[in-house]
Structures are given as C-alpha cells and as structure tokens.
Design a protein around this ligand. Sequence first.
Ligand SMILES: Nc1ncnc2c1ncn2[C@@H]1O[C@H](COP(=O)(O)OP(=O)(O)OP(=O)(O)O)[C@@H](O)[C@H]1O
Ligand SMILES: [Mg+2]
Length: 241
Amino acid sequence: MPPLLALDAVVKDYASEAGTFRALHGVSVEVQKGEFMAIMGPSGSGKSTLMNIIGCLDTPTTGTYRFEGTDTATLSEGALAKLRNAGIGFIFQQFNLLPRLSALANVALPMVYSGVASGERNARAQALLASVGLADKPRSRPSQLSGGQQQRVAVARSLANNPQLLLADEPTGALDTRTGVEVLGLFRALNEQKGVTVVIVTHDPEVARATNRVVRIQDGLVFYDGPPTEAALYGHAEATA
Ligand SMILES: Nc1ncnc2c1ncn2[C@@H]1O[C@H](COP(=O)(O)OP(=O)(O)OP(=O)(O)O)[C@@H](O)[C@H]1O
Ligand SMILES: [Mg+2]
C-alpha cells in the first residue's frame, strides 16, 4: 500500500512584480493513513503553502505530490475538485462559514456539491451538528454563535462527505484554550474512531503535544520530523527566530 500522502522534493515559487519568491525549497514528507500530526514553524516558513499543496488547492512548481500513490499532476481539474470535495476536509483559522446561511445549511453545503438529495443532506447535517455538540443550533447564523461554536460548525462541515483526510490550518488559533482543547478532542475522536488522517498546522506547543508526529519547517525546509519531544515542541530555532 502506498502512503496516503507523499511529497517528494516539492518546491513552490510565488511569482510577483518583485521577482520570484521560493516558499518551499524541496520538501519531502510521507504521511501514512491514520496518522495524527502537526506542522509547526515560524510565521512565513511555508506551512500554509504546504497545506495548500497537500489539499490540492495549489500545485508544486517542481517535485511531485502523490495522493494514494497517484501523482496529482496527472489529475484533471475535475478529478482534483472531486478529491477536494469528497476526500479532504478543510478547517481554517477563521472558520470560513457563509454568514447568510444557517449552521445547518453551512454543514449541508459540501453535500450539495457532491449531489446528496436534500432530505438526506439535512438529516446528515443535523447529525453532524449533534456530533459536535450543536444539536440545538441548526437555525443559528454564524454571527449568532460563539467563536468556538462557529469552529465546531466548521468541523462538522469538513466532515460532511466523510473525508479520509482532515487538514486544519491553525484551527484553534482564534479560540480560548478550553475551546481549543475541545476542538482538538473532536479531531482525536475522529482519528481514533474512524481512522481519519489529521494534519494540523499550529503555533501552539500544547496542541502539537497532543499529536503523534511533529514536522517542523523553517525557511521552506523540513528540519525536524519525529515525535513531539520537548525540543521539537519548543524548537530551538524558532525560539531564537
Ligand atoms: N500568493 C503569494 N505570493 C507571494 N508570496 C507568497 C504568497 N503566499 C505566501 N507567500 C510567501 O511565502 C512564504 C510562506 O508563506 P506561508 O503562508 O506558507 O507561511 P506560513 O508558514 O503559513 O506563515 P503563518 O504562520 O504566518 O501563517 C511567506 O514569505 C509569504 O510571504
Ligand atoms: Mg499560514
């Protein structure tokens, strides 16, 4: 069985008027199905760039990215869109909920795109809301929910199509410690009970401590990849950055 994700010598260049900026300098990482891991590193080190590539929202400039053994460069736009919608759940720092839709409609939206009939969609969205502790809030708009509740709606939405991979970029950054711990607990439960692979970008050593593997990047390069030891969590290089 190939790894779920395999990046090999991935380089990412951003072009701008000022010239080309190399955000990733040759990143090679493999992630096995069922892993629960953190990506850490200073601001601007390339974490979100890496997540965008892993989530098929962007493509490497050079190097290869394989998803379940398939080189993503060989996939059509349609195949990539399908992979993003059905295979991968995204959770962002700022929730990215649609403000005019209810909590229920936000959770149901990915199922609209994947063609689930409306009755089943709404039943499933309600069940997902219940699974994140929001059974009583289906009609609330995002603005009527607390930050932690909005993030839980975002978690429920990311699970709408039963993804095998969950990508979360600073999912607890906007939350207080306690709510952050709750959201992390939801990820852990999905990982343990459903085998969902979870990759979390975080600045927070306490979030990373709850994972099984830490990948640290700096200046677009991996400089640590291993268990969440104290040195890994409080990376020396980052402490002096
Ligand atoms: N679209 C873009 N065009 C040009 N440069 C970009 C673009 N996106 C990111 N960069 C640059 O690439 C580098 C990596 O950015 P990235 O967003 O991946 O960092 P990050 O590690 O996620 O940082 P943070 O912790 O602040 O979110 C930064 O120097 C950034 O300025
Ligand atoms: Mg970022």
